[in-house]
Design a protein around this ligand. Structure first.
Ligand code: G4P
Length: 562
């Protein structure tokens, strides 16, 4: 297959949700359709992580929480689909944020009874920032849930994205009878089956009296009136050919969004989806494999293939012949005895080949990889080649950091892997003075891997670790002990936020003077991040607000990329 064909058949995406909404179950069902697994239950609830990834880190087994992000590839029809799994636990949200930089689209799973939950809200912020195309799957329709119109309103207001339903449920819970598939104009009747994929019965004509016979007059009438309302209220969504070919471009994060030169009325919905402005919504029950096929069918047709990516130097297009990619995840020390890591590389252009020399831009070193791995369902296998959109795992012994670029030779730096201001901070101290070297090395490597963020106080030189949640502190302590034979101690520090600071470019000379003054006055609140950038550690919202007021020419950023 030609490079362009390979690329246009790839779909790389992540499923995100609040824990327990059904992300694992949906992933499993998608793998079932792809033939990557054969019996439901093989992957159910954390099982993917338990079999495929959890041996990699002892702590996961102990806690039963997935600390890792893994990749599952499968083929469906002509498509090569890569699902990037994200950790369920909210303390690892930063890991999920980074994974979202490596996907071309996202499916959000929402529990029909619970609606939009906190974790989903936070993850959606990242999708919005990056204008990632989003589809929504409202799950657990076999249980009593909220009214579907209310759910749509909630998604629009809480996730700040427009929606359009592409399927519509007939009741929920005990009375759940199925969904009308607006996208394909068919009726799918609910036949719960927890172990096998079932083909649902299909009826094409919504005015057919057969529907009354099947679901009863009242429900058939309700369905017809709901559908009428939907047509009036929500944007039309239909597709013809050539959906992903665009003209003009807009850059958001590292992704360059295609905006077509001429939008056909009938495809406006699709274009809005691709621009991250409109989310098609499906209803179903992942556990009962209901509504999943419809979601997948629509997904492969409308979800974008790998898109052009912005680097500091230029826009990189997936169909370019020369290989380029970046590291978005490092999975370290899978076997503590061998100190091995896997660097996950998202291929952004061209073809990656085994045993071919590539340039590691930060180290300016040529490297080749004899055992790159691809990920098919729960298996990890050596690959000879992979294409833009794919993820390859490169065995590593400490050469890679998050954000590193590999290319066929050209100097490129991919953008869009920002650090976010952590939520919790602690001083980290060495608890075993004889093992200073080990703890330093451990802290450095864990930070390169993106486990947490390190800030060094500019006045005192003390090291501060910033995390998204308490669990990360425990992971660091555990891993320092087990992998680096080093002991750490935590000491409290009361901080509100870490802000990256820079001068307002419009008013540079004034701003530079202000920044000097600010740094002198606030010396005890200043730190360097891992890259040596200035960071202001505000100990309260009030202090931050005052600083913003008093130093109008300084910009305070909550992410490291601005
Ligand atoms: P997560 O990855 O988003 O955290 O959720 P997961 O798929 O593990 O699902 C969380 C729970 O919700 C699981 O039950 C799962 O079986 C259930 N579930 C998923 N989809 C549906 C659905 O469509 N209908 C209903 N009724 N339940 C659903 P559990 O009891 O926590 O785990 P398990 O013992 O079933 O593995």
């Amino acid at each position: 297959m030609a490079l362009q064909d390979e690329i246009s058949h790839r779909r790389t995406f992540a499923i995100i949700s609040h824990p327990d909404a059904g992300k694992t179950t949906l992933t499993e069902k998608l793998l079932l359709y792809g033939g990557a697994i054969h019996v439901a239950g093989a992957v159910k609830s954390n099982k993917i992580r338990k079999t495929a990834t959890s041996d990699w880190m002892e702590i996961e087994k102990q806690r039963g929480i997935s600390v890792a992000t893994s990749v599952m590839g499968f083929d469906y029809k002509d498509y090569k689909i890569n699902i990037l799994d994200t950790p369920g636990h909210q303390d690892f949200a930063e890991d999920t944020f980074r994974t979202l930089t490596a996907v071309d689209s996202v499916i959000i799973v929402i529990d029909a009874a619970k609606g939009v939950e906190t974790q989903t809200r936070r993850l959606m912020q990242v999708c919005r920032m990056r204008k990632t195309p989003v589809m929504v799957f409202i799950n657990k329709m076999d249980r009593e849930g909220k009214d579907p119109f209310d759910l749509l309103d909630e998604i629009e207001s809480e996730l700040k994205i427009n929606v359009t339903p592409l399927s519509w449920p007939i009741n929920s819970g005990q009375r759940f009878k199925g969904v009308y598939n607006i996208f394909q104009h068919t009726l799918d009747l609910y036949t719960p089956d927890k172990t096998h994929i079932t083909e649902s019965v299909r009826y094409d004509d919504i005015s057919s009296t057969e529907i009354d016979e099947l679901v009863g007059n009242a429900d058939a009438d309700k369905l017809r009136s709901d559908l009428e309302l939907i047509t009036e209220v929500y944007p039309n969504f239909s597709i013809s050919s050539g959906k992903n070919e665009g003209g003009k471009e807009e850059t958001k994060g590292n992704v360059v969004t295609d905006i077509p030169p001429e939008v056909h009325d009938s495809e406006e919905g699709l274009q809005r989806y691709l621009a991250g402005d409109l989310a098609p919504v499906f209803f179903g029950s992942a556990l009962n494999t209901f509504g999943v096929k419809e979601l997948l069918e629509c997904f492969v047709q409308i979800a974008p293939s790998p898109r052009p990516v912005q680097t500091d130097e230029r826009i990189v297009r997936p169909e370019e012949n020369a290989f380029s990619g970046f590291v978005f995840k490092i999975h370290a020390n899978m076997d503590p005895n061998h100190r091995s890591c896997i660097a996950f590389v998202k291929i952004c252009s061209g073809k990656f080949e085994r045993n071919v020399y590539y340039r590691h831009i930060r180290l300016d070193q040529k490297m080749r990889f004899s055992a790159p791995t691809a990920f098919m369902a729960q298996r990890k296998e050596t690959v000879d080649e992979a294409y833009a959109g794919d993820i390859v795992g490169l065995p590593d012994t400490g050469n890679f950091k998050i954000g590193d670029t590999l290319t066929s030779g050209e100097t490129l730096h991919f953008k869009g892997l920002p650090s976010f201001s952590p939520e919790m901070f602690k001083y980290i101290e060495n608890a075993d003075p004889l093992r200073q070297k080990q703890i330093d090395k451990g802290i450095n490597q864990l930070m390169d891997e993106g486990v947490a963020q390190l800030f060094v106080n500019q006045a005192t030189g003390r090291k501060i670790i910033g995390t998204v949640g308490q669990l990360q502190f425990e992971v660091i302590q555990y891993r320092l002990e087990h992998e680096y034979q080093a002991k750490c101690r935590w000491e409290p520090i009361s901080l509100y936020k870490a802000c990256w600071i820079e001068c307002d470019k419009e008013n540079l000379s004034e701003a530079e003077k202000e920044l000097d003054l600010f740094k002198k006055r606030k010396a005890q609140y200043l730190a360097f991040d891992k890259e040596g950038r200035d960071v202001f550690l505000a100990d309260s919202a009030y202090l931050l607000q005052m600083a913003q007021q008093d130093y109008k020419n300084i910009r305070f950023h909550f992410t490291s990329e601005f």
